[in-house]
Every structure is written in C-alpha cells, then in structure tokens.
Write a protein that binds this ligand. Structure first.
Ligand SMILES: Cc1ncc(C[n+]2csc(CCOP(=O)(O)OP(=O)(O)O)c2C)c(N)n1
Length: 673
C-alpha cells in the first residue's frame, strides 16, 4: 500500500493514526462484550475504518455527514463522547435518542451528523437538501452521504444523484464498496464494471480510491470537497474495501471464500498505516504502545461510565409528547398571526373578506406564507413557470424567483428527502405532490423519515406536503385516490383536510407555521366548484379543531373534504330532517371533543368519507365512539364510504363507486334503526 503524506506534519499524521485506531479498538472491545452477552447486536466496520475516518477528517466539523451502520469512525472522529455513544447502543435514556433508536440510527445536529433509517438509500436524498441549503445561503460548504454498494441498487441512489446533478448541488456521494451486501456479492448486485462509472451517466465527476488507505482518502476527499464548492457540483467517490466480518456479528461469513479474508488482511488500513508511520519514523514502537495504552484506558473509563447509566424510566406521557415538536418553542419569534376560530356555524363574520374559490384561497395562503417566511422553499413538478398542474403557484416565480419556487425532476422520494435536508439547515419547505396518488413513490420518506425524525433524535422536520386528492372528475385509478388513511396510521405526521376556502387558507398557513411534517389534502373537485368568504389577512385555522357546519337533532354526519358538501347537499334536499354536520378539518390529531359533542346532540351517527370503507378513518372514529360514547348512542354507528374497489374511470362507474351514491341509503338505515 502506497502512502503519500503530501505536506502533512508528523503531528497531523499522529493525530490521524489516533483517529483511525480509536474505532478499531472500540470495535475489538465490542466484540468481547458481545461474546460476554453484555451488548446485543453489532454491525462491524473492522477493515473499513479508513473511509469513515478519512472522510470526516477531510470535512469541516460543521459540514453534515450522513453515515450508515458501519461508520463508527464518523462518530468518533466528530468527537462524540464514547460513554454517550455507548449509552446510545445500550438503549439508555441518556444516549442520543433517549432509548428510542438502535445502533447508529440517530443523528445529532451539534455534530452535524444525520442518522440513517434502516432503509439505507434515503440518506442520499437528504444530503441533496442540505447541500441545496448551503447553495441558497451562499455558504462554502458541502454535505457527504455514505452508501454501501448494495444501497446503490436502490431507487433513492439514482434519484439523489440525478437531483444533485440537475440542481448543481455541492454534495459528495461516497460508495463504500466492501464486496457484499449481507450475503450478496457484487456480481449479483450490479453489472457495470465499477460503480464509479455511473457518475458519467448522471453528468457528474467521479473517482475510485483505495478505501483502506487513509491518506489517499483524506487527500482525495479534501480535493473533491474543494471542487464541489468551487464548481458548485456533486461528485461520486467509490471506495474499494472489504467487509472483514459478517453483515452483523450473529450472521456469520460462510458464504465468503476464505482466501478473500487472507488477501484483504494484508491490506488492513490500521496495520498498514501504523507500519508506514514506523517506517517514516513518525512513530516508534514505544509511542505506538503508549497511544494504544491511552486509547484502551479511555475506552475502559468511558465504558464504565456508559454501563453506569441508570436503567430507563418508562414514562408514557413523555413518549407520546415527544412524537411532535412543540410549535411555540420552534416559532417563538415569528410574527403573530391572527387566529380565526370558525369552529361554530356563523362564528366568523369579519370585515375585509373577499369571495374566493377554493383554489385561490390555497394560492393566497401560500403566497402570504412566502412573504412571511423568507426561508420557505416550494418544490414540485412543474410548479415554477407553468404554475403547477392546478395553477396554485401561477405567477409565483415572478414574485419569489426560481430559487424559492423550484421545479423538480420526477422523483418524489428524493424531493421529500431533500425537503428534510433543507429543514435540517433551518428552511421551511412546501412540496407539491402533483397528485396525491404519486405519494406512493415517496411513501418511505414520508412515513419513516419525516414522521419519525423528531421522536428518534429530537430534530424537527419542517415540511408541508400538499396533496391534490380525490375523485369526481373521471380521472381513473391513479389520479383520484383518497389515501389519507395510509398516513393517519403514522404517528409523527399531522393530516389536515379542509373543505372550505376560509379553512383552506388558514389551515395551509397553520401547516406551514407548524414545525412538524403536515400532509395537506386538497380535494381537486373543490378547486373551482366551491367559493366562499376568505379574509384577506394572514391568519391561521387551528390544526386539530373540527368545525360544526350546522347543528341538528335527528342524526349526526361526521365527515370532511368533499363529504361536507355531499352532506350539505343532502340536508338541503331533505329539509324535514334535522342533520348535525361536523367537518373534521384535521384527521390527525382528531378532534374527539367535537366528535363527542355531535354524538351527544343526536345519538345517531353516520360517518361519511370518500375514501374506501375497509381501513378508512371511519372505522377508527366508529371504534372511538363505541368505546367512549356508548351510553349516548341510540343506534350503531353507520359508515358510508366508497366501494372497496379501485376507482373506475367511466363517470357512471365512478359515481357508483363514490360514497355519495349510498348516502341516502345509509341515512335511512340509521333513521330506521
Ligand atoms: C430497503 C432495505 N432493504 C433491505 C434491507 C436489509 N439490509 C440491511 S443492510 C443490507 C446490506 C446492505 O449492503 P450494502 O449497502 O453493501 O452495505 P454494507 O452492509 O455492505 O455496509 C441489507 C440487505 C434494508 N435495511 N433496507
């Protein structure tokens, strides 16, 4: 192995050696503890340390790194105290994730490390967002995302590299090619000769480097970093190395030919560097021994402190509270917005109103939010000059420029990930899904990255995703779905779903002001069919608060979205009935107080939604009512929902599919009970 010190001093080389040795010695200790049954699981990076350490040394301490499960060297080189790391691995309350995350699945803003989720690839897209933040702030910084060669087969790898190239983002994608993805060898993983060859296909530079040579890595990554900053471009680095142990310690290495271990043992990154430093007279046997002794003592002392951590105290309230970031804390210094409480019929009647369509109310709320928050970035397909598929952002480019109103390539997963990256660097993001249906290709990022981030390591995800949803326009199975229930099941998200222009504007403003990830469902059929009074002010409608549309005595209809208009239409056509209508407005969290109040008023409840019946939110509400309002009920709770089929294209079939077709039947069933 050829080492070139370039102009590194003896002190610097010694410091590098110490940084390289530390993760090796920690790991060796971990293997002992594992055998003793004192720790549970371990993903070893033995033999690959030079990559994590070299990369971290080549970056500035305030540049984000997005490491994976074998990158202990990133955490130690960023000087995270070992006792706290150890507490993290033990699931201690005093670790970095309060016992909520395993091994390296955590991040820490102070150390500029963004933790992985198990799914590997999504990390790379977050790096895009961080680098976009640096670019927008004109900072001379990069971010660096790790991936294994296995992870390069994921769609997120492709999406992340493509976005970085198209947007000229200063980001380094680093492939740690260690020969195996669990048991899968490289020839079953990809067909190109070298993974770095892919760089050209994305329109970026790439380089392959010996991943066991810390000086080559340091020098290469430092140079690449300079390039990325100077040229404002991404870069792909492939580091060749080998996984010297099993995928994780319990899984063994039977599938790896033993000669490979012999060959790669010769290339051990620590042993070879040590030998080089001896040959160069930078270190002596004596100094090496004393460094090892000091490292051993440090590890023992820190482990003792780690083991001394008190057992976890389980506190359910704290667990539930920590799913969402506190709004006041996050936005203590923002200007006060007017809060409108129109939760009761006729409650809001202020001067200065204009009559606006649903679509304009959304657009106005977004525009005012852009004026209010200079750090708010909009991203979505065709939202810039074209104005978006539904023209919500028409004219926005002229007002706010293309940096803040960003067209994206067609890659929902990468854009949700990039939104999260922007949020890590203090931006707010509104992403427009062109149709709510397309969230499926960004699903992982929404439910695993956005939703769980705050609970996992107390970092908020300040992202709103607008979801043009719903049927009624003959658009068929992939442009008409109601998919809100998929997300209602995911703690960490907030789900809002306005049905009127006044709520559409106020809820969007509230969603953007909220530091948590909010999915904002807007029904396409309402865009241009519904108008109403909308205050010109900048105001919020409170998230989590339902609205009584009208009071009644015979039956309650609890609904949201287009269901509100079906219920109103039905009530208008059946004046002999006294129907109590509640518009939920927010589906997560649900306004149980308002639900209970409606049950109390009538004792007969119909839950109406456009979503299909099985697994829809109606089931959840019905269960809650039967559990908490049983004595008030005069009939079983009835659900009226769309058919349990995909949404058909033919308009007659679609009409038959929609819940509205069975509304009268459902009401009659309830009345006649
Ligand atoms: C989306 C997803 N699929 C499968 C897995 C299971 N899994 C965890 S690590 C791993 C191998 C990853 O290989 P590679 O990216 O080469 O990284 P390495 O483990 O070799 O460092 C697999 C299959 C996962 N975590 N996420």
């Amino acid at each position: 192995m050829q080492f070139q010190r370039n102009n590194l001093s003896n002190e610097e080389l010694t410091a590098f050696y110490k940084k390289l040795l530390l993760p090796r010695m920690i790991e060796e200790k971990m293997l002992v503890l594992l055998r003793q049954g004192r720790i549970s699981k371990w993903f070893s990076g033995i033999g690959q340390e030079a990559i994590a350490v070299g990369a971290t040394l080549a970056l500035q301490p305030d540049e984000w790194i997005l490491p994976l499960h074998r990158n202990l060297g990133v955490f130690t080189t960023r000087n995270m105290p070992l006792h706290k790391l150890f507490m993290q691995w033990q699931g201690s309350e005093n670790g970095y994730s309060k016992g909520r995350e395993r091994s390296f699945h955590f991040g820490n803003k102070a150390h500029h490390i963004c933790g992985m989720i198990s799914h590997l690839g999504p990390q790379m897209t977050i790096a895009d967002g961080i680098s976009l933040a640096h670019k927008l702030k004109r900072e001379q910084k990069i971010s660096l995302a790790f991936t294994g060669e296995g992870g390069t087969s994921e769609g997120d790898f492709h999406e992340a590299l493509n976005v970085a190239a198209v947007w000229d983002l200063p980001v380094i994608f680093l492939i740690e090619n260690n020969g195996y993805g669990l048991s899968t060898p490289t020839h079953e993983q990809y067909r190109c000769e070298n993974l770095v060859d892919r760089a050209k296909g994305y329109g970026m530079e790439g380089v392959q480097v010996d991943g066991n040579n810390i000086l080559a890595l340091y020098d290469t990554i430092k140079g690449v970093r300079d390039y990325c900053i100077q040229h404002q471009k991404p870069y792909l680095i492939e580091c060749t190395t080998f996984r010297m142990r099993g995928h994780e310690e319990a899984s063994g290495v039977k599938y790896v030919p033993s000669h490979l271990f012999e060959e790669w043992k010769e290339k051990d990154p620590v042993v070879n560097f040590e030998k080089y430093l001896l040959d160069e007279n930078v270190l002596s046997d004596e100094s090496i021994n004393s460094i090892k002794e000091a490292t051993k003592n440090y590890i023992e002392t820190e482990l003792a402190a780690g083991f001394a951590a008190p057992s976890i105290r389980v506190d359910t309230n704290k667990e539930i509270k920590d799913v969402y970031a506190d709004k006041l804390k996050m936005h203590g210094n923002r200007s006060i917005v007017q809060a409108i409480d129109n939760s009761k019929p006729g409650a809001y009647a202020a001067a200065g109103n204009t009559e606006a369509r649903f679509v304009k109310a959304i657009s106005d709320g977004l525009k005012q939010s852009m004026l209010q928050h200079p750090n708010l970035i909009l991203m979505g397909q065709d939202i810039a000059e074209y104005g978006g598929a539904f023209k919500i952002t028409e004219g926005f480019v002229d007002l706010f420029g293309k940096e803040r109103v960003r067209n994206t390539p067609i890659c929902e997963s990468a854009i949700v990930g990039a939104a999260l990256g922007l949020s890590l660097e203090g931006f707010k993001v509104m992403m427009e899904m062109q149709f709510a249906d397309f969230v499926t290709v960004g699903f992982n990022q929404v439910v695993n990255n956005l939703a769980k981030l705050y609970y996992r390591w107390q970092q908020h995800a300040d992202v709103v995703i607008r979801m043009p949803t719903g049927a009624g326009v003959g658009a068929g199975p992939f442009h008409s779905q109601s998919n809100e229930a998929w997300f209602v099941h995911t703690p960490g998200l907030k789900i809002v779903y306005p049905s009127t222009p006044i709520d559409a504007k106020g809820l969007l403003i509230a969603a953007i002001n909220d530091p948590n990830p909010v999915l904002y469902f807007e029904h396409k059929a309402l865009y241009r069919s519904i108008s109403g009074h909308v205050p010109e002010d900048y105001y919020e409608i409170e998230i989590g608060k339902a609205r009584v549309v009208q009071y009644g005595e015979d039956i309650s209809i609890i609904t949201y979205g287009n269901g509100v208009h079906w219920a109103l239409e039905y009530a208008a056509a059946n004046k002999d009935l006294s129907i109590d209508i509640t518009d939920l407005r927010t589906l997560l969290p649900l306004d149980y107080t308002a639900i209970k109040a409606s049950v109390t008023r009538t004792g007969k409840v119909l839950i109406l939604h456009e979503d299909t019946l099985t697994g829809g939110i109606g089931g959840e509400i019905a269960a809650w009512i039967s559990e908490h309002c049983f004595e008030m009920l005069d009939a079983p709770v009835v659900r009226c929902a769309s058919l349990d089929t995909p949404i058909p294209f033919n308009i007659e079939l679609e009409k038959n599919f929609l819940a509205k077709a069975r509304l009268d039947e459902s009401v009659q069933k309830l009345l006649q009970y």
